[in-house]
Write a protein that binds this ligand. Sequence first.
Ligand code: ZN
Length: 557
Amino acid sequence: MAFRRSAQTLVTKKKCIPELARKYPWTRPQGDETGISIYNFYTRSKLPLILSTEGNLKWYVCGPTVYGEPHVGHACSFVRFDVIRRILMNVFDINVVFMMNFTNVDDKIIDKAKKVGQTTEQVSSHYESTFLKNMQQLNVLRPTIVHRVSDNVQNVIEFIERLVESGHAYVTGQGSVFFHCDSYEGYGNLSRMKVLPSEKTMFDDQKRKPQDFLLWKPHKVGEPFWDSPWGQGRPGWHIGCSALASKVFGGKIDIHCGGGDLKFPHHENELAQSNCYHHTNQWVNYWIHSGLVRREGDSEKMSKSRGNIITIPELLEKYTSNQFRMFCLLRPYAMEVEYGENAMKKPVQILNKLTSHRAVAQSYIHGEGPSVDVSNDVLMQHLASTQKVVRSALADNFDTQQMMSALMSLVQVCNRELSKPSNKNVIRAREVYSVAAITSYIDKLMSQLGFNLISKLESHADSANSSQSLEDIINSVTHFRERVRSFALGGDAANATDEEKSLIRVHRDSHSALLDSTDQLRDKLAATAGIIIKDAEEGPSTWHMIEKTSDRPSARE
Ligand SMILES: [Zn+2]
């Protein structure tokens, strides 16, 4: 499976036609104001998101053509849409109906089936399950509704029939049906492009205009087919999305999305045929697209045909789904991105900062470590302003980049308070509520966006005694190591007399092997289990867990 060829490779000549875009201007929908602004590709501007049905959002995404392994390009697109979906659902409390199709009847699937000696059904169902499994590994929510083209051919036929009856499509002597682009003045309104394909397909001899596109292909030996009023054949690519989305949502969709390479011709064609079918000029209120992905150093987008893909199991061999989700969040969703080791450094770093902050904050909340007098007023004020900034960033075209920068600034302020010099004179109970409020807010927000930052120990604490036992074991190991280390160090050299210092030095020299062993144990636990032990100048050593390769389920599961 892959995104379709980009418009650039299909187009030999393209005309920029902004005048058409003015012909059918965007009409402000009647309905439910959400307070969110969203970039609409149709108008090339940010607009208020207004739902056609109160509290509910109808969202259609073009699913993959299932003929190959999904890759990082798909992962990025679907994680980005998943984040937006979760923001709408979890932050703004909108009920989202998210529909996706599988294009499981297509030239590429037929070619693949011939190549590997399988049926088209075997090929498409294999890659369909691979796609769903990979999305689950990336913690992408399942669509509310999934449809396959092959299960809905009657809907497709009915859709085409109506287009033929109304003069928007015509049947050729060979049994092909084409959309008649000249019959619809708005053709080109969305992408502001019209195309003159250089290559003629084998069925296009009777096309009236080069930009006319196939709705129905006549049967060829060895290909799947269905009976139709125009003879045996199968649906073209674009018509599947229109017919399936209309079956579920009727004549209006709030958001329609897809990869950036679908703008032309796919979305242009979808829009043209659907506007004609539904007698409207605005089948979709908002069109959004995810920016394409390039490998670091590559000038072209990642695609199967270019042979430069990284599959999702390959991605998850190196990084966790949390780390990849953070990568997707740190750039605007419509922006083209580079994926590679350099690009992944920052997301990995940010997640480590978040988990390490969480551990320090948890220790403080539970009364461990030195006594620090944090300023609850400062922290609560900073939390309140962060909450406002985060909400308005997310309401501004889902600006997750700005949201993360506000969140990390909150973490920084909280860390600064927690690392104040300890005050031995503070014997009153610590007021921990501001640190607890910050931890709780970060946990909630990150989980709303589809992250799982709660360690395995915590997430299983209620359901399994084994995690409690594991925690007890790590506590015991940390405590034992701390006692050995303390013995090997032999005393507090900072406050010792000169004579005591020389005794301590002799003591440490004779126990250097013990000190080395405690360091080795610390490094090994960090490298193999992601357990980070921190030795304090005073008070007990603490530990926390960070994400490690070995700490996540195998990508091959
Ligand atoms: Zn589509």
